[in-house]
Design a protein. Sequence first.
Length: 307
Amino acid sequence: MAIIVAGHKNPDCDTITAAIAVADLLSKRGMEAVAVAQGPCTPDTEFVLKTFGLAAPAIETDATGKDVALVDTTELSQALDNLDKGKVVVVVDHHKLGDVTTSNPLEMWVWPVGCTGTVIKAMYEFYGIEIPKNIAGAIMLAILNDTVLFKSPTCTDADKKAVEALAKIAGVADYKSLGMDMLKIKGSVEGIPAVDLMNRDYKDFNMGGKKVGIGQVEVLDLGLLDKIKPALVEECKKLQADGRHTVMLLLTDIMKEGSEILVVSQDASLVEKAFGGKVGGALNSMWVDGCMSRKKQVVPPMEKAFA
């Protein structure tokens, strides 16, 4: 039985490329493995796959009866359905440890870096396996995506060194230009329904026993979202009404390096406590200067506020 390699729900570039790379690595180590995804690829991920001639993984959402390699998450709320009815045998991630548990020993790589791709590069090196040129290019762009061209506070020297090395393997002379092309596609919002933007990069978290949803839309200019912001607020309200205490949507301005956060909550004072600001205005939002990373700058203070 093949190991299925899967990332989180609403898969992003890191999740998709990590699944492809880890499936390749496990297979070359003698373990049959196949990459899957819990949803369709985002436009920027499609650009990455097309650029390096890779196919999108098949859709799979249920772990029942399967061996699973989990990538880019250890949160039950983000993992495959019925994970407890499958068997997690490998974890590769760059986030905090979530609430996934196992009854068996497993191989686990969790590093404090900006992208799962950086961990995967080290895994290839550890096992003495050559990274295919196309996979090297894909995880290189995933690192640039997750670290927002090294602007994110999650970015480490390891991420930068990995990109330099992977670019050489992939034969990419100007990775910054290619990365900017990718981010332009990622930040394109014209004609995209609000519900699709809301779900483009959305995750649920358990904070103090309460369900909290946090999404993020990254654009090169926040003005691109002005017309659709009211509709995004309505999508936040729909999600919040479906059993969540709080729903937040980060509207991240890549060039300005900050985020406007739309907030729909049973108690917005908890969000204000987390960020030391005031939620208000027609959109019930707040601007947080320098806020680029959900993982490092949003989830930790929110968990502390809900504790």
